[in-house]
Design a protein around this ligand. Structure first.
Ligand SMILES: NC(=O)c1ccc[n+]([C@@H]2O[C@H](COP(=O)([O-])OP(=O)(O)OC[C@H]3O[C@@H](n4cnc5c(N)ncnc54)[C@H](O)[C@@H]3O)[C@@H](O)[C@H]2O)c1
Length: 254
């Protein structure tokens, strides 16, 4: 492998599946050494095998995004292994266990979703930024969602709240570090074909309905999000920071 990220190091959380996996592969394809992190080592191992099969270089580190100490330790091990951190893609995330309007929403599940989708992004950035400050450079891409830009009446208040907050956190980080060589952006995907929405994909009628919500009349593919992540990390995006970029077949343009 070899490309625009030769000699660089990329960290991907949630690297065992979906957007994390496709982005870990994309970083490796561009020449970066990749720290793949996930709570689930089986799927993390699959991503590692895919990268190595394509002659890429990576390591796998376990971290539960609910555990602050896991995140701090994982960041330390990643820097110990590769000596630096140029790009971080904070992709680990979950949806609510059950769609329910606010009056019926489980408090425990609300906390779980917000802690994985939002608190972990704060914690990851805390340690990513410390390393990037030492280097005087770095790029972070957080994953928000179309539901970080618009509301949704479908009973996912925890998800929509967490993703709106990720956009706010991204803008805040961009402003705090803008003069120190560090850029921070978010991608806001529309519905994308990953295991996160397997329940939807298993239901053809519901899938057709959700496709129709997107002006392009289809769902996204993980690679279509990863291409944007790579671009945001690249020098081609050198003046882009604090941006929440919809990658959504036109969903939020409506
Ligand atoms: N797929 C979509 O339609 C879509 C749309 C918009 C935004 N997103 C966001 O993209 C991100 C990635 O989602 P995806 O579609 O790739 O889903 P996915 O389910 O395929 O992957 C999520 C990954 O996060 C990991 N993860 C979950 N809980 C974790 C925890 N506690 N600690 C560490 N890792 C954990 C999982 O093991 C998995 O590898 C999420 O933040 C999601 O909200 C997805």
């Amino acid at each position: 492998m070899g490309g625009q990220f030769d000699g660089k190091v990329a960290l991907v959380t949630g690297g065992g599946s979906g957007l994390g996996r496709s982005s870990a592969l994309a970083f490796a394809r561009e020449g970066a050494r990749v720290v793949v992190s996930d709570v689930n080592m089986d799927i993390g191992e699959e991503t590692v095998n895919m990268i190595q099969d394509a002659n890429g270089e990576c390591i796998l580190l376990q971290a539960d995004m609910l555990e602050a100490t896991d995140i701090e330790e994982m960041m330390g091990k990643g820097v110990d292994a590769y000596g630096r951190l140029d790009y971080a893609f904070n992709s680990a995330g979950v949806g609510p266990a059950k769609s329910a309007r606010i009056d019926e929403c489980s408090i425990k599940d609300w906390d779980r979703v917000v802690n994985i989708n939002l608190r972990s992004v704060f914690l990851c950035m805390k340690y990513e930024l410390r390393q990037m400050l030492k280097q005087g450079s770095g790029v972070i891409v957080n994953v928000a969602s179309i539901y970080g830009l618009v509301g949704h009446g479908g009973g996912g208040s925890s998800y929509t709240s967490s993703k709106h907050a990720v956009v706010g956190l991204t803008k805040t980080a961009a402003l705090e570090y803008a003069k120190e060589g560090i850029r921070v952006n978010a991608v806001c995907p529309g519905y994308t074909r990953t295991p996160l929405i397997q329940g939807l994909l298993d239901n053809p009628e519901k899938t057709a309905e959700v496709e129709s919500w997107h002006p392009m009349g289809r769902l996204g593919w993980p690679e279509e999000i990863s291409e944007v992540v790579v671009w945001l990390c690249s020098d081609a995006a050198s003046f882009v920071t604090g941006h929440a970029m919809a990658v959504d077949g036109g969903y939020v343009a409506q």
